[in-house]
Design a protein around this ligand. Structure first.
Ligand code: NAP
Length: 430
């Protein structure tokens, strides 16, 4: 029998498990620190993007196969150490994603009211770590820093009316707080220009169809239209949306301004954030941004930095500090230790990008471990956890948690998520 432990039950973890479970004589344990599976699908993908979240049904298919087991509510690094897993399993695959925000390294970034997207997205998605965030929504201005899809998610969630959350699984505390929001002016700050955005067309196009909010682009920021021909097709579509926003400004109560060539250089306020100081930029021949010395202020009672994520390091595991991910040779970190998904590549690509990644790492593991080395595997983990009085949450338990969440859903919503570990455990009688 071959034994593989996957740390992390998000897309990269389950796509790897999907490949591994097709092999003979294999037992795969998918370990997660939360009592609930699916990682970024549950707590990262926007609650109003249910069609993307539906991919969890595919992971459920993998989770329900005989040779795959969910080991929930077990923290690697405290309940069980990485060295212990390497001792017990033929291979350990780190699918821990990139849950930490890249730091916004400017003066004032530590003022109350400056929040990273991991926290804000986790808050509206019911991640237990961020249930008590209470983002300040009392001021009309918000600055969203970054020109990627996360910035779009954040701006859209801030701009929507309560009715526009019908069919979503946004959690009650966020629904309630946003329904009383005073936010009227959202600035999306990009340090480069429209041709350098990292926004995909579908997500950008959604901003043009909001009930009470309209996107605004300064036509002067757009390059000449002929230059769009040089872009790859997806980018060209995205830029076409920006051109439409610039050409057809629609008057609505909430504005979403795209500030291009706009580099935040400081955050100011008396005890809490009140404004972002932005320096105008130009691009050099390598398309890097440089400050021009000209600045302006954006009034904001809330600043959300959406500038990318990092994988937290694990003591003893080689790590690339500059790129915020584990150091690996195409996925091999050390003998018996692998990385997959964002923990391997860094935070890029869509959920689907993890499918070939998981398949490749799964095949690599199978090739490396051969018939296995007679390790203790899941029986060894069970004994170790029992000796520490730790009872993992099983996939069957999770399905009971899920049933309770579905039963608690308000009309028109698919579920009402539990937002604390205690409430999740209470649903299974612990
Ligand atoms: P991202 O796509 O890497 O975008 C990060 C943005 O932050 C870039 O515009 C970058 O600008 C900017 N930035 C970085 N450092 C900065 C700084 N110090 N000051 C100002 N701006 C800075 O990251 P993301 O938006 O977090 O998304 C992560 C991944 O998840 C992406 O692959 C994304 O497509 C994916 N995602 C997909 C969806 C979806 O498909 N619906 C939704 C959410 C996320 P530069 O280009 O100048 O570096």
């Amino acid at each position: 029998m071959r034994h593989v432990a996957i740390v992390g039950s998000g897309p990269a973890g389950y796509y790897t498990a999907e490949t591994l479970q097709k092999a003979d004589d294999i037992a795969v344990d998918v370990i997660d620190r939360l009592p609930v599976p699916y990682g970024l699908i549950r707590t990262g993908v926007a609650p109003d993007h249910q069609s993307i979240k539906a991919v969890s049904r595919r992971y459920e298919g993998t989770a329900l196969t005989d040779n795959v087991r969910f080991v929930g509510h077990v923290s690697v690094g405290s309940d069980v150490m990485i060295d212990e897993l390497i001792y017990l399993y033929d291979a350990v695959v780190l699918a821990t994603g990139a849950p930490n925000d890249r730091p916004l390294d400017i003066p004032g970034a530590d003022l109350p009211g400056v929040i990273g997207s991991a926290a804000f997205v986790g808050w509206y998605n019911g991640h237990p770590d961020f249930a008590d965030l209470y983002p300040p929504l009392e001021a009309p201005g918000v600055a969203v820093i970054g020109n990627g899809n996360v910035a779009l998610d954040v701006a859209r969630i801030l701009a929507k009316t309560p009715q526009e959350f019908a069919g979503s699984d946004i959690v009650a505390h966020a629904r309630e707080a946003l329904s009383h929001s005073a936010v009227r002016h959202i600035h999306i700050l990009g340090r480069r220009g429209p041709h350098q955005i990292a926004m995909t067309p579908k997500e950008l196009g959604e901003l043009g169809h909001l009930d009470r909010a309209s996107p605004r682009v300064d036509p002067a920021d757009l390059p000449s239209e002929g230059d769009d021909a040089l872009l790859e097709p997806g980018m060209r579509k995205s830029v076409t949306h920006l051109r439409q926003f610039a050409a057809n400004p629609v008057a609505k109560p909430v504005t979403i301004d795209f500030d291009f060539f706009a580099m935040p250089v400081a955050i100011e306020g008396d005890g809490k954030v009140q404004r972002v100081i932005v320096e105008r930029t130009t691009l050099d021949a390598d398309l890097r941004s440089h400050g021009t010395g000209e600045t302006y202020a954006v009034d904001a009672g809330l600043v959300i930095s959406c500038i990318g994520y990092q994988t937290p390091p694990i003591p003893g595991v080689p790590y690339e500090h500059g790129r915020g991910r584990f150091a690996s040779d195409e996925g091999r970190i050390l003998p018996g230790l692998y990385a997959v998904g964002w923990a391997r590549r860094g935070p890029s690509g869509t959920i689907g990008t993890n499918k070939p990644d998981g398949a490749r790492i799964g095949e690599m593991v199978l090739e490396d471990i051969g018939r296995g080395a007679g390790k203790a595997g899941r029986a060894g983990l069970d004994a170790l956890l029992a000796s520490r009085d730790i009872a993992p949450v099983t996939f069957r338990d999770w399905r009971r948690i899920e049933e309770a969440e579905v039963a608690a859903a308000l009309d028109g919503h698919p579920r009402e998520k539990f937002t604390s570990v205690e409430a999740m455990l209470a649903a299974i009688g612990r």
